[in-house]
Design a binder for this molecule. Structure first.
Ligand SMILES: Nc1nc2c(ncn2[C@@H]2O[C@H](COP(=O)(O)OP(=O)(O)OP(=O)(O)O)[C@@H](O)[C@H]2O)c(=O)[nH]1
Ligand SMILES: [Mg+2]
Length: 427
């Protein structure tokens, strides 16, 4: 995501480094490069132009931050403006007491509506304590409703089926009623897509909107389509009124222009980005953090949040207590490995650390695979122990070691090594 833009921006800002006093010529040169970089990333022409002008005005203005060198001032201005461009702070979905809150998912054919409906419902259940119900009103494409059901099952979220009817309005009314009666607080409506914006589709979406009064209408756009995504978002917004955008396929070679232009062009923020075909490949869109990532300050905040979100706070407290009172068993060790694994692969973690921390060094996928493999090994060995052995490793004698090694497909030396590591950790 944003690699090429990031490289170019960092480069042009780096060129300002070491310049004692910034002259207008220096700033001009840097701004020209920044403008080129934005255009190459497929940022809307006018957005790029305005961006550069704002940065120029601020750089020439009186504003001075204590303790920042001249070139750092420019970096700071570019950072502020970049995050402002994308909408400033992040835009969570805000729910009301109404039941159900309706979220409509709209967009062109194949943009990723059905996939995103599933991903977002899972995300809301995990992160905003919502109880979602999914419904498809795509009665046109054969198997479209079946597809949503498959997605719903995969993300373990309920789906409302209305096999007896093919009328979108009847379906949504039924779904709202059902959600109301059964206590689902969030109804997500997956709508039909068309290859091109057509009136029939728009009328149908307008009707569904009037009927269900959604708190959110999310426009799903394929980021790979660049400025086309921005233009169609604009049309949908004028016609239906959207509250936010979901940019999918940001894992592909999208240059990022859509992400950088949408807020500015249509006035509605990007709320989520899809970063893969798997159902957990969705991220809330944080403009400030994206700006940090683009400018190479790393995504420490996302990292911290991932750690907080996935590691159960209570669990962590309990483990800390055990560690400090020296009751940390092999069982606890295994739990801790499990927690760590939830964060993802080692290389993914490294990518989120700021350059200052890693010195720009990244571990390779192979290195990451070795670490991941070792962790799996360790888990397997502990998994082959009995409960008694896990809670008191001192009972593990030579014959038990042989059994454990056999059970986990490892060698006695590996079992010994693990026990040594554990003792060290315990100490
Ligand atoms: N790589 C990648 N693929 C995605 C992402 N989101 C969706 N896809 C893929 O895009 C294709 C279309 O996704 P769907 O969810 O079926 O799109 P849709 O908008 O519901 O399509 P229609 O209902 O036909 O209009 C599928 O192959 C998805 O796996 C993403 O974030 N990254
Ligand atoms: Mg679909």
């Amino acid at each position: 995501m944003f690699e090429s833009l990031s490289d170019k921006l960092k480069n042009s800002l780096r060129n300002l480094r070491g310049v004692g006093k910034l002259t207008p010529e220096h700033v001009d040169a840097a701004l020209r490069e920044i403008r080129m970089a934005l255009l190459e990333a497929d940022v809307n022409y006018k957005v790029a132009k305005d961006f550069v002008e704002t940065v120029r005005a601020k750089a020439e203005g009186e504003e001075v931050w204590n303790g920042l060198k001249p070139h750092e001032q420019v970096v700071k201005i570019v950072y502020d403006e970049l995050s402002e461009l994308m909408g400033g702070t992040s835009s969570r979905l805000v729910f009301t007491k109404q039941t159900p809150n309706v979220v409509m998912i709209v967009g062109l054919q194949g943009s990723g509506k059905t996939t995103s409906t599933g991903k977002i419902s899972r995300w809301l259940a995990d992160n905003q304590e919502r109880k979602p119900l999914l419904v498809s009103v795509d009665v046109y494409r054969p198997a479209a409703r079946e597809q949503l059901k498959v997605v719903a099952n995969a993300v373990n979220v309920a789906v409302y089926e209305a096999k007896e009817t093919n009328d979108p309005m009847t379906i949504v009314r039924g779904a709202v009623k059902y959600a109301n009666e059964t206590g689902y607080d969030t109804l997500m409506i997956d709508t039909a897509g068309r290859l091109h914006i057509d009136d029939e589709l728009m009328v149908e979406l307008e009707q569904i909107k009037a009927e269900t009064k959604p708190i959110e209408v999310l426009f799903v756009a394929d980021a790979m389509t660049g400025q086309d995504a921005v233009r169609s978002a604009e049309v949908f917004h004028e016609r239906i009124g959207i509250t936010g955008v979901v940019l999918t396929k940001m894992d592909g070679d999208a240059r990022g222009g859509a992400a950088l232009s949408i807020k500015q062009v249509i006035g509605q923020p990007v709320k989520f980005v899809g970063v893969g075909e798997k159902y957990d490949a969705i991220e809330p869109f944080y403009p400030d953090r994206i700006a940090q990532r683009i400018l190479g300050m790393g995504d420490v905040l996302t990292l911290i949040e991932e750690v907080q979100g996935k590691i159960d706070e209570k669990d962590a407290q309990e483990q800390l207590r055990k560690m400090t009172t020296n009751q940390f068993s092999l069982e606890d060790f295994r739990n801790q490995l499990g927690q760590f694994k939830k964060l993802g692969s080692m290389s993914k973690l490294m990518k989120m650390l700021p350059e200052q921390m890693t010195g720009g060094m990244q571990i390779t996928d192979e290195q990451s695979a070795v670490v991941d493999h070792q962790m799996q090994r360790t888990e397997a060995i502990i998994g082959s122990m009995t409960r008694q052995e896990r809670n008191n490793h001192k009972v593990i004698d030579a014959s038990r070691k042989t059994r454990i090694a056999g059970g986990s497909g490892s060698t006695i030396a590996e079992v010994n090594q693990l026990l040594r590591q554990y003792e060290q950790m315990k100490r």
